[in-house]
Each structure stands twice: as C-alpha cells, then as structure tokens.
Design a protein around this ligand. Structure first.
Ligand code: FMN
Length: 221
C-alpha cells in the first residue's frame, strides 16, 4: 500500500463515527433557495469566518477550467446567487466569453457541501452601486485602485495608488463605484445538497429547474 503522508488525516474509524453520533439527512424540498438559505444560517452560526465563501468555477477561452473563492452577497429566486468583483479580472474576462459558472460551498464544521450551476449575468448598475456603498470607504478605495489579476510590480505601487485616491476623497464618504467593479448573478439551473453520513454513505439531493418549478431526486453517494 502507498504510504499516506502524516500531513493527511486518516480515514475515520468505527469509533470515530460512533463518537460523533447521527448526522441529519437532507429534508425533502422543492425550494432550493430556502434550503440553501437555511444552510447558510447554520454555517454562519458554526463556521469561524467567511461562512458565505464559495468556490467559483469558470472556463477560459481555451476551455481550461479555473476556480477561486468569492463571497456570496445576495440570494433569491429572482436574482439567483450574487457576488461582487472586478469586471476586468481573470474571472470577469472568462465570464464575458463564457457566461456560465459553477459554485461550490463547503462547510467543514457541518460536513456539508452545496453545488450550484447556471448562467451568469451582470447585476444592474443600481444593484452594484447599492452594494458598493455598503463597503467601508477604504475597501471602496482599494477596489478603485486594484487592477485585479494583472501583474503588480511591487506592493509600493499599489500603496501609492491607494494613497493618491484616498487624498482625492479625504473624509468625503461619497466615493462612487468605478465601472470596472460590480456584481454578477448566477441564475441556477441545478443545485446539489450533500450531507456527510457515517462510512461514506452520504446523502445527496439534486434539484433541477423545470420551468418555474424544481424537480428533486436522491443520488447514490
Ligand atoms: C474567503 C475569500 C473570499 C474572497 N472573496 C472575494 C470576492 O467576494 N470577490 C473577489 O473578487 N475576490 C474574492 N476573493 C479573492 C479571489 O479568490 C481571487 O483571488 C480574486 O478574485 C482574483 O481571481 P481571478 O484572478 O480568478 O479573477 C476572496 C478570497 C477568499 C479566500
């Protein structure tokens, strides 16, 4: 057998599973938004930080997948899953060419995963303005100053830009959103909820959009 490095934890034993007790099954639902919302509430109560963090997968012009974490900043049936970023970043360029994405949440403390796939569109300028104004002034200035994903000669260059933009606004809280920054919404066509169960007999609930309703099915682990 190949040696597993000590840095990688061992597979749980019978005693490990017994010590942890029963894990819940995923409730039946035809409303994936409500269930994701409920799981986000649980995650917010249990995760040490960034409970709305999700991996966002896109593809580049060559069809090569790419992935990074962004924060979920809005969730509803009409606007889907909303996140904010730099439109000229690597992900922005990829989404402009291929406006589809997948996201994946993993809450380790709850042993849960949620996968979502769908098409992606830009939020309205009004939605992006509203969210931008909710950020701390320094975070707004950093968003203006950052050429996200492009080469940075050294940290001093970025600090200098931040200082110059800060000097323009001073104590003025009216810092407008730059055009290169804003929101996206992922309009889901499918969700998959996953709950860890003992001995890898995990529970999986898949929901597929069927017009204005959702069709659900269980999947083998
Ligand atoms: C916990 C966490 C939250 C993050 N949230 C965001 C976010 O909401 N928006 C964003 O643009 N980048 C966020 N990032 C940074 C991205 O992972 C990534 O480095 C950045 O967006 C550039 O990605 P790109 O070069 O693929 O466009 C976050 C990173 C972490 C670890």
């Amino acid at each position: 057998m190949t040696d597993v490095p000590v840095s990688i934890p061992k597979s749980p034993s019978y005693a490990d599973y017994a010590a942890e007790g029963d894990r819940p099954l995923i409730p039946d639902t035809s409303n994936p938004f409500d269930l994701l919302d409920a799981w986000l509430v649980d995650a917010n109560a249990h995760e040490p930080n960034d409970s709305s963090a999700m991996s966002l997968a896109t593809v580049d012009a060559d069809g090569m997948p790419d992935v990074r974490i962004v924060l979920l900043r809005g969730l509803d049936g009409q606007n889907g899953l909303q996140f904010y970023t730099n439109y000229d970043s690597a992900k922005g360029t990829q989404l402009a060419a291929h406006p589809s994405a997948a996201v994946c949440f993993h809450w380790k403390s709850l042993r849960r995963q949620v996968r979502v796939r769908g098409r992606v569109e830009k939020s309205t300028p009004e939605q992006s303005d509203t969210y931008f104004q909710m950020r701390a002034p320094q975070s707004r200035i950093a968003a203006i100053a950052s050429d996200q994903s492009r080469p940075l000669e050294n940290r001093d260059v970025f600090n200098q830009r931040v200082a110059e933009i800060s000097a323009i606004y001073g104590d003025d809280d009216d810092i407008p959103r730059p055009e290169h920054w804003g929101g996206y919404r992922l309009i889901p066509t499918e969700f998959e909820f996953w709950q860890d169960q003992a001995f890898r007999m995990h529970d999986r609930l898949k929901l597929k959009r069927d017009g204005s309703t959702w069709t659900s099915s269980r999947l083998y682990p």
